[in-house]
Design a protein around this ligand. Structure first.
Ligand SMILES: Nc1nc2c(ncn2[C@@H]2O[C@H](COP(=O)(O)OP(=O)(O)O)[C@@H](O)[C@H]2O)c(=O)[nH]1
Ligand SMILES: [Mg+2]
Length: 431
């Protein structure tokens, strides 16, 4: 990466828009800014209206421009933002102008990468930024903002500090007389290690709920053919996505649709009814139903009459309640797609189940694939420290040090370039 270059990119969405934001970052951009606003002096963080002209004196566009002086900018370098009319032709013309001023187009994620190398963000903040840009629902937005504004960094920093302290004490046990060290230091560091290990493990167990916030809750409708699964699916997604018919075995493939329930992203799936069949395609469909069930966070079991046994790992729905006289079992929900009965209750129970799964998740870490692997590495090292040291504090200190390195990699304070680069590549241009 060439950090000395001046780079630019369109930071707003590509295509036609009311206003386009073009961001430029580099070392000492004051001359360029003066050229853009045609003034001898300027103040940082002030909006300047300008008839922005190219070097031939031809008007490019009427724009507003702002200067953010290093280090108080997104990247930590000098940053210029130009707010132009959001037309592709205007944007092209501005890009053409910038190329003549020895600026180059930024790589994907390069602004954030520069912010990272200038200590403006650590890698968990970047993870938060990526999640925020991807956020579709309110819960995703809230959770991403917490990562972005340092909740996760603070937790990781504390853990890493503790690990550094523990490994320093463990090493000191080898080098110093017991009299020179705090009393019972060996027992204390072991206890502290166990406590820390528990805390990390409890955050790791949270991975299911953060995955559910990030990728959506998987809710799947299952049941025999013709009980009304596709009808319920259509009712919940609010459109006729799935084919409804009284011919058994109509739904063969899994049909999924993303919906927003209470701010949570939900991947709702309709499946082939489970029954014995010799029909090849239906067989494949039924196999897929079983896969969906395995990946589900919540299963909606649909029947038309009370089953002998009510499953305790989901919600039991008795559909076609308009055809029933007895509707008094408290452990099931009676619905009718025909009359609309029971759907408020069904949605409420779904919300309650989702909240149960999310319990406490808001105050915990957001774990993504990158952090999940490194957290597991830390857990392994700590378990090795506890199980393998057998009175040998040299080995103990080494394992804890490695655990601390894993956490350091999460934060990016210890970086291998691959980790950092892979993270920035997940960002879009202009970020
Ligand atoms: N009376 C009544 N009929 C329903 C209800 N829900 C679905 N049906 C009908 O039951 C048949 C099978 O529905 P469908 O959604 O295709 O069932 P699936 O095979 O479980 O997906 C269709 O003819 C629907 O119109 C309901 O609540 N009441
Ligand atoms: Mg169906």
């Amino acid at each position: 990466m060439q950090m000395n270059d001046t780079v630019f990119a369109l930071s707003s969405a590509p295509g036609k828009s009311g206003v386009a934001v073009i961001r430029i970052s580099g070392n000492d951009l004051s001359a360029l800014f003066k050229r853009i606003i045609k003034k001898r002096d300027f103040k940082s963080r002030h909006a300047y209206y300008t008839n922005f002209k190219d070097d031939n004196g031809d008007l490019i566009d009427q724009c507003v421009a702002m200067f953010f002086a290093t280090p108080n900018s997104f990247t930590g370098e000098d940053v210029i933002e130009i707010y132009s009319h959001g037309s592709p032709a205007v944007i092209d013309k501005i890009f053409e102008f910038l190329r003549t001023k020895k600026c180059r187009i930024a790589n994907r994620g390069e602004f954030s990468q520069r912010a990272f190398y200038n200590n403006k963000m650590d890698l968990t903040d970047v993870d938060g930024l990526i999640a925020l840009l991807d956020a579709q629902t309110d819960k995703q937005r809230q959770n991403a903002l917490k990562s972005l504004t340092g909740r996760d960094s603070a937790i990781y920093k504390n853990w890493r500090d503790d690990m550094i302290e523990i490994s320093a004490y463990a090493a000191a046990i080898l080098d110093y007389d017991a009299d020179d060290l705090p009393k019972d230091i060996d027992k204390k560091i072991l206890k502290q290690t166990e406590k820390l290990l528990d805390e990390i493990k409890s955050n790791l167990s949270n991975v299911k709920s953060t995955r559910a916030i990030q990728n959506g809750f998987n809710i799947v409708l299952v049941g025999e053919t013709n009980v009304g699964k596709s009808s319920i699916f259509n009712k919940l997604v609010g459109s006729n996505r799935a084919i409804v018919s009284d011919i058994a075995g109509t739904t063969r493939d899994v049909i999924s649709q993303q919906i927003d329930i209470d701010g949570y992203l939900v991947n709702l799936s309709d499946t082939a009814g489970i029954r014995e069949t010799n029909e090849e395609i239906e067989k494949i469909g039924i196999e897929r139903t079983h896969n969906e069930i395995e990946n589900a966070d919540l299963i909606l079991y649909v029947y038309n009459k009370l089953p002998k046994q009510i499953k305790d790992n989901g919600i039991t729905i008795i559909n076609k309640s308009d055809l029933l006289k007895e509707k008094n079992n408290k452990n099931v929900i009676y619905t009718s797609v025909k009359t609309g009965d029971g759907f408020d209750e069904l949605l409420n129970v779904i919300k309650t189940k989702m909240h149960e799964l999310m319990e406490g998740a808001e105050s915990k870490l957001s774990v993504n694939e990158r952090t999940y692997e490194l957290l597991n590495e830390a857990v392994n090292e700590m378990e090795n420290a506890i199980n393998k040291y057998n009175g040998n504090y040299d080995i103990f200190a080494e394992h804890i040090r490695r655990a601390g390195d894993a956490i350091g990699k999460i934060l990016g304070v210890i970086t291998t370039n691959e980790i950092a680069d892979a993270t920035f590549l997940r960002l879009c241009l202009g970020k």
